[in-house]
Design a protein around this ligand. Structure first.
Ligand code: PHE
Ligand code: NA
Length: 498
């Protein structure tokens, strides 16, 4: 209900939680490689262009919608326009898919934190990951053949997360971010400092920063920058709509947004330095070129880093700092993802916070625990991630922006709301960036994703597997989003007055 809607007790806690959401696995394992692979030092130019021309403007858009209409994504969109509710449910479903596999990666990272002190990985970290640890099956599919070493940690991760979510915005989300985010920053700074002292670190930094100016003429480099920025700022997921709906009436929205955006970018730069210093060491130890050891994602975190940890002086400390950082970065992001779903269910049903949190988190946890700690879980995780990132987020963002700007024509009233509350005032610039630049960038990327995914099966996985768990999953989300938007609202939500 409106009167009892919780708020962040201070703006500082909102900013902290928004940074906690933005700073995630993407900053640590995605940004360094994307920058390296797309021009190194020269990538800074498309990166800043994407940040300023689309990332930050869309962040402001999310803030304006959430704060003006004070609701979860579906409720805020519903209040924006009758026909917009389905956009909110789409974002809720995207968050649902992300939540069920994000937790699994946190569980792996927690186990690797532990292994850093208890285990010598030796020189076959890849073999350990795929064999002893994940016990990955030969062929992609979905099985109920469980791996206890993943099952139990995943269960514990979910128990912790459920406690945080049930406790609510002030006692749960604010408090968890207030503890985990500072801890993450301290650990990560220590990790970067330690990496810089490793032999070979300088070569890694050189590889990371050396500009390849020719990359600037390549459209895919620009697309990579825009794609990364949307993901990295957590825009168009409903997350920032939900969080800003808990802000007090009088809040400087754009000022907060700038702090969040630059904190996130600062963390990415730091991660680039730390990761490439460590990769420089790895390359030197193996007598190979940086190019041969540089990777992203699961390969970087769970294969390259264990190798580095087992060879570096004080490697155990390094491992604890690195994998601990992944855990904290992951938990603060997962909380924000789940809040999108909890808030939506709470608004739609009129149930209490506790009832809504339990009704959402327990089933989500069960689905996550049933599907992923199995010998085929890795394939499913990888496929969900690839399809939800390219279509769920890009397509969702594109449709939302076009509808808001051109069909419902709501940019003027949103821009007015931003200007009324905020320190940084923009009007035409912002409307053009959100209404023209962002949709063009999104459409171009979406087109590219379509072409690549149609031309060759993702990762060479079997076509029927992709048809069900990739394309099929994405299609099912559309249908479910439409159905959810047809269910009537609880009277308590007062959908007609913001
Ligand atoms: N923004 C996070 C990152 O950079 C990822 C994320 C995506 C978090 C979606 C929440 C929701 O890693
Ligand atoms: Na990020």
């Amino acid at each position: 209900a409106l009167a009892s809607r919780e708020t962040f007790s201070t703006r500082k806690l909102f900013i902290l939680s928004a940074i906690g959401s933005a700073v995630g696995l993407g900053n640590i394992w995605r940004f360094p490689y994307i920058a390296y692979d797309n021009g190194g030092g020269a990538f800074l130019i498309p990166y800043l262009a994407a940040l300023l021309s689309a990332g930050i403007p869309l962040l402001f858009l999310d803030y304006a919608i959430g704060h003006k209409f004070r609701g979860s994504a579906p409720l805020a969109y519903r209040r924006l326009h009758r026909g917009a509710e389905v956009l909110g449910w789409w974002q809720v479903l995207v968050c649902f898919i992300i939540a069920i596999y994000y937790a699994v990666i946190i569980a792996w990272a927690a186990m690797y934190t532990w292994f850093s002190v208890t285990k010598a990985w030796g020189d076959d970290a890849a073999g350990f990951l795929m064999g002893e640890f994940l016990q990955v099956a030969e062929v992609p599919g979905v099985t109920l053949d469980y791996v206890p070493g993943i099952f139990w940690p995943l269960l514990i991760v979910w128990l912790v997360i459920i406690v945080i979510m049930v406790a609510g915005v002030r006692r749960g989300i604010s408090r968890a971010n207030g503890i985990f985010l500072p801890l993450l920053v301290v650990m990560f700074v220590l990790l970067v400092a330690q990496s810089l002292f490793l032999p070979g670190a300088i070569d890694g930094l050189n590889a990371f920063f050396t500009p390849n100016w020719e990359a600037l003429g390549d459209p895919t480099v620009w697309a990579a920058a825009y794609g990364h920025i949307f993901f990295s700022l957590s825009v168009a997921f409903g997350i920032m709509i939900t969080y800003s709906s808990y802000l007090k009436r009088k809040t400087d929205l754009t000022g907060s947004g700038m702090v969040v955006a630059f904190a996130n970018s600062g963390f990415e730069m730091l991660a680039g330095i730390g990761v490439f210093a460590a990769l420089g060491f790895m390359a030197q130890a193996a007598g190979s070129a940086i190019d041969e050891v540089a990777t992203a994602g699961i390969g970087l975190a769970f294969i390259a880093f264990p190798t580095i940890v087992s060879e570096a002086p004080f490697g155990a400390i390094m491992g604890v700092l690195f994998f601990g950082s992944l855990v904290f970065a992951g938990v603060t992001s997962l909380i924000s993802i789940l809040e999108v779903i909890v808030a939506a269910v709470q608004d739609k049903s009129g149930w209490s916070r506790v009832a809504s949190a339990v009704a959402v988190c327990v089933p989500v946890a069960l689905i996550s625990i049933v599907l992923f700690p199995t010998v085929t879980g890795l394939y499913l995780l990888d496929t969900f991630d690839a399809f939800v990132n390219s279509f769920g987020i890009l397509a969702g963002a594109l449709v939302a922006v076009v509808m808001i700007a051109w069909v419902f024509r709501k940019l003027p009233v949103l821009s007015k709301h931003l200007n009324r509350t905020s320190s940084i005032k923009m009007r035409w610039t912002w409307m053009i960036l959100v209404g023209v630049v962002a949709p063009l960038a999104l459409a171009y990327m979406l087109y590219n994703e379509f072409v690549t995914k149609i031309n060759e099966p993702y990762e060479g996985y079997p076509v029927d597997f992709l048809a069900v768990y990739g394309w099929g999953m994405a299609g099912a989300l559309v249908v479910v989003a439409i159905i959810l938007s047809l269910i009537p609202w609880s009277k308590k939500s007062k959908i007609d007055d913001p």
